[in-house]
Write a protein that binds this ligand. Structure first.
Ligand code: 3H9
Length: 690
């Protein structure tokens, strides 16, 4: 095994305990040098007669957060020692090894801890196996050791969902041997001294009793309970199978099976997509062209204008993050209704055990509901969530201009409108930015931060940073109709509607999208959001299928009818009425109806989105292709195992996308036109993403 020139692993002796310390910022990922250093440290402990126990700990913000994902797909990942060898070497150490955990012990990090003979942790630590979120499974014995230590049910939950557990829960299930309130390393050394003479050494791989306790029906139950959540994904099922193997075969065979499943996943497209997305999400936080030294503005209080569904949801994000909110409405009734909904939402979370009553009280205690517009004058960031109309927005911004304090950031939650035009209507355009939340705003992770031509760099930076603070995934977008997400929705909607006239049914179009992995298709989405959104509200003016549906009150789920019929439990069924409306329109417009293939639906509704994404990219409306993918995964439920529309296009091959679009070009005119960037990249055999 080749020795790295400098090692992130250092060792020091405290009495007869060897402290092995990793210093590999930012998250102590288990790259080659760390793996090498860990094995060398164990060899050192074995060779030194004055050492009788070992403590493995990390410097910085966290215990090992897993394998180094940036090594995946490179020769570095295969450099000896690989992680399975490292963990085996730790477990086979003839002297007791104690893992001292703070921050997050994740993935390979938890596998290192599991290979240690004992684990101690601070109460704030989190432990998990998030590999499934990267399209993988724990590949260094984790699926075999975890059920033996924490129990099968717990291991199944952790491996297949990837969600971490807190140290307290880890202690309760036996994953942690002792919780340490303060000064982790000295106490871990104390613990090592207590256990130094205990023999035989407790090895996770040799434990059996928790496996014997396992009820074999647990696997089927778990699969059934999570079927919807895991739909389309390869990795959760592979995790379930690997944990099941632990119950069925001896450890040595189990790890071989685990390795096989790991390699299968690793070589598949889903893992590549999910690993790409891991970095895409983190890259999205970076702002291109930000002048060096730009500092964010201080946000102590946020103002929200409008207590409707959007305003209430937006407010909850800040309250949950401990930031006081002043919320303004025009009537007491609307204000009471809005704050009532917020409270009920919080209480519903508490009922599910996601929050304590105390946390609900604390969040609501930070809310100042008022009818006094001028109260917004004390806020550092004001977000308007009023009616989506340019005149209304300008009027509101004009009023804010008069009362907002100097330096306050004025944000619009508009989902389509021109932020430059709004900014130009007031005396401080540099303070204006778009903050486009997605509905339900307290749940959806995406935040499009719209950078106007005049938006000051520190305003943009503040909006991005506060977005992260309220646990959103903020993405910078430029000004255009619909920004990144809604703009790409438009060509999809246009073609989906045309396809209905040409012979497809709403259910066929929706099925193709659901089979692709989307949570729902365009017509299911229209029914859910409201077919009447953006409708002109004149039942006598019927120019298209949507107008016809709205005119007869088929506004979607809320009316029990839209593109589909709904029963009292909101279960959809195809509607003969809608079918007739479609056929009548086709006849009126002289559209010849024909059989539509699923492939045509893919080409006209999904390939067109890629084309629009490429336009967004070439105009600079998105900073990078991966930002578009982040928008679509977090804002619209694009299946993460396909990476996002731009990554998916790369996977398909851009030449194939262009070919498909060319096939459909005539039918898609006049609305459709090619993105030059797409044509160029396809011509040169290039990709959008790396
Ligand atoms: C695994 O372990 C497989 C094994 O079972 C089997 C192997 C054979 N690698 O998220 P942040 C970077 S799979 C490389 O913003 P936070 C990240 O890109 C692994 N780099 O911080 C970012 O870089 P930059 C299983 C990593 O405080 C910086 O660190 N483990 C890794 O919000 C800061 O990250 C996981 O999936 C990594 N593993 O959150 C854990 N992790 O500054 C993944 C992070 O250049 N990591 N980086 O943009 C996390 O969940 C979070 O990073 C963590 C910190 C909670 C640790």
């Amino acid at each position: 095994m080749e020795k790295p020139t400098t090692s992130p692993i250092s060792t020091t002796k405290h009495g007869d305990v060897l402290i092995v310390l990793s210093n590999n910022p930012p998250v102590n990922a288990l790259g080659h040098a760390v793996r090498h250093g860990l094995v060398a440290a164990i060899e050192e402990a074995e060779a030194d007669n004055s050492v009788s126990a070992v403590v493995i700990a990390c410097e910085g913000q966290t215990f090992f957060a897993g394998a180094d994902v940036s090594e995946f797909g490179t020769p570095k990942a295969f450099e000896q020692p690989m992680l399975p060898q490292v963990v085996d070497r730790i477990e086979s150490c003839t002297k007791p090894v104690v893992a001292a955990i703070h921050g997050t012990a994740l993935g390979g990090g938890l596998e290192v801890a599991l290979a240690c003979h004992y684990r101690v942790a601070v109460p704030s630590a989190k432990l998990g196996t998030p590999e499934v979120k990267l399209g993988l499974l724990p590949g260094a014995g984790g699926t075999q050791r975890l059920p033996r230590v924490a129990g099968v049910r717990q291991a199944l939950e952790m491996c297949a969902t990837g969600n971490p557990i807190g140290a307290k829960q880890a202690f309760d299930c036996g994953l942690i041997d002792r919780l340490i309130e303060d000064e982790l390393i000295p106490h871990a050394v104390g613990y090592a001294e207590e256990v130094r003479d205990v023999r035989p050494l407790p090895k996770s791989s040799e434990r059996q009793y928790k496996l014997n306790e396992c009820d074999p029906t647990v696997f089927e139950e778990f699969r059934a309970a999570n079927a919807k959540r895991f739909r389309g994904f390869d990795a959760p099922e592979a995790n379930v199978r690997a944990v099941k193997v632990a119950c069925e075969k001896p450890y040595a065979e189990g790890v071989l099976e685990e390795r096989k499943l790991f390699m299968e996943l690793m070589s598949g497209t889903q893992a590549k997509a999910q690993q790409y997305f891991f970095f895409a999400e983190r890259k999205a936080a970076k702002i291109d062209g930000l002048p060096e030294g730009t500092q964010p503005r201080d946000i102590k209080r946020v103002g929200v204008l409008g207590a409707g569904t959007m305003g209430g949801g937006i407010s909850m994000n800040f309250l949950s993050a401990g930031i006081p909110v002043t919320i303004v409405e025009m009537s007491q009734e609307a204000l009471d209704r809005g704050t009532g909904v917020m409270l009920r939402n919080y209480e519903a979370s508490a009922a599910k055990g996601k929050l304590t009553a105390e946390q609900v009280g604390k969040a609501m205690g930070l809310l100042e509901p008022t009818l006094d517009f001028e109260a917004l004058g004390q806020c550092d960031l004001i977000i308007e969530a009023v009616y989506e109309n340019m005149d209304v927005k300008k009027e509101v911004f004009g009023r804010l201009d008069k009362i907002a304090k100097p330096g306050a950031i004025l944000a619009s939650n508009t989902s389509y409108l021109n932020v430059n035009e709004i900014a130009a209507s007031i005396s401080r355009p540099g303070d204006v930015v778009g903050m486009h939340f997605f509905s339900p705003a307290n749940v959806m992770k995406l935040l499009e931060v719209v950078r106007g031509d005049k938006t000051e760099p520190d305003v943009l930076l503040t909006a991005m940073q506060i977005g992260k603070k309220i646990r959103k995934v903020p993405v910078v977008a430029g000004v255009c109709h619909g920004f990144i997400g809604n703009r790409m929705l438009m060509p999809r909607q246009v073609e989906a509607t045309k396809l209905l006239l040409e012979g497809a049914s709403p259910q066929q179009v929706d099925r193709v999208h659901v089979e692709f992995g989307m949570p729902m298709g365009p017509f299911q989405m229209a029914d859910l959001a409201g077919v009447d959104i953006g409708w002109h509200r004149d039942p006598n003016r019927v120019e298209n299928v949507r107008d016809a549906l709205c005119a007869i009150d088929r506004w979607g789920q809320k009316k029990g009818a839209g593109f589909y019929d709904y029963d009292e439990k909101r279960r959809p069924s195809p509607s003969p009425v809608v079918q007739q409306i479609i056929e009548d329109f086709a006849e009126k417009q002289g559209v010849e109806r024909r059989e539509i293939s699923d492939q045509e639906i893919v080409e006209r509704t999904l390939y067109t989105m890629v084309n629009e994404g490429a336009k967004i990219l070439e105009e600079g409306t998105a900073q990078r292709a991966s930002d578009i993918d982040v928008v679509w995964v977090y804002g619209y439920g694009w299946p993460v195992y396909r990476g996002g529309p731009m990554f998916w296009a790369d996977t398909e091959g851009l030449d194939k996308i262009v070919e498909g679009l060319k096939r459909q070009e005539e039918r898609m005119k006049p609305e459709f036109s090619f993105s030059q960037l797409l044509l160029d990249k396809a011509g040169k055999g290039e990709r959008f993403t790396r």
